[in-house]
Design a protein around this ligand. Structure first.
Ligand code: PGA
Length: 233
């Protein structure tokens, strides 16, 4: 059975109190109807929530095991950049950093050059990476600078993000196969309107190694349904 990687992307939706409540409610719901909980769940939360989540997740382990991820990182390591979050600030809090999400590329004009700078900062600091791409061009731009990149790639077609319209799973599988031709040792995840009711469609595809979930990760019950369906895939 495939052991899928599940990424929750909370975007900018929860403050620390809400984050704490989410975990507490998830634990209550899980204990009412336990199932085999996976240990490859990456919770990508807003920076502000990370210290609280780290502490609360520590209390729930090993029963409920989450790994934390940031949703962004500063562009430069050592220059002053008001308002940014440097690797030194993240290193004790997260294992993963998500880089180049399409919302950042669109809303904050993140260019492929900026994405590559952030990849380098993570590599230099031993932070694991989830690079988000929407097409093969984005992927190739990463490969131009990091031909041996072997970490996670999150493929998210723009039309599927937050729209309720999933990509065709066979098409997503084709894209994952193409991405793996560029990065032979990467694992490729699909993201875009994944929910409990459609997750298996993607996990059944041979080239898709996991999924990312935005909207449906925000409520503990919908997220638990996703985890449950993934664990019985
Ligand atoms: P969605 O978001 O699940 O709400 O479509 C996915 C993402 O942006 O990672």
């Amino acid at each position: 059975m495939k052991k899928p990687i599940i990424v929750a992307n909370w975007k900018s939706f929860k403050n620390p109190q809400e984050a704490q409540k989410w975990l507490a409610n998830l634990a209550i719901l899980y204990r009412l109807k336990p199932f085999e909980f996976m240990n490859n769940i990456i919770l990508c939360a807003p920076f502000l929530d990370l210290p609280t989540l780290k502490e609360e997740i520590g209390k729930l382990q090993p029963e409920l095991d989450f790994v934390l991820g940031a949703q962004n990182i500063a562009l430069e390591e050592k220059t002053p950049q008001t308002g940014e979050t440097s690797p030194a600030m993240l290193i004790d809090l997260v294992s993963f950093v998500m880089i180049g999400h399409s919302e950042r590329r669109t809303c904050f004009n993140e260019t492929p050059e900026m994405v590559n700078k952030k990849i380098k900062i993570c590599v230099d600091n031993g932070l694991k990476i989830i690079v988000c791409v929407s097409n093969l061009e984005d992927t190739q731009k990463v490969a131009d600078e990091f031909p041996d990149y072997n970490e996670l790639i999150l493929y998210e077609p723009l039309s599927a993000i937050g729209s309720g319209q999933i990509d065709n799973p066979a098409k997503a599988n084709d894209m994952a196969r193409e991405i793996k031709k560029i990065f032979k040792n990467s694992q490729v995840l699909y993201g875009g309107s994944v929910k409990g009711e459609n997750i298996k469609l993607f996990l059944q595809e041979p080239e898709i190694d996991g999924v990312a979930i935005g909207g449906a990760s925000l409520e503990p019950d919908s997220f638990l349904e996703i985890l449950k369906n993934a664990s019985t895939n």
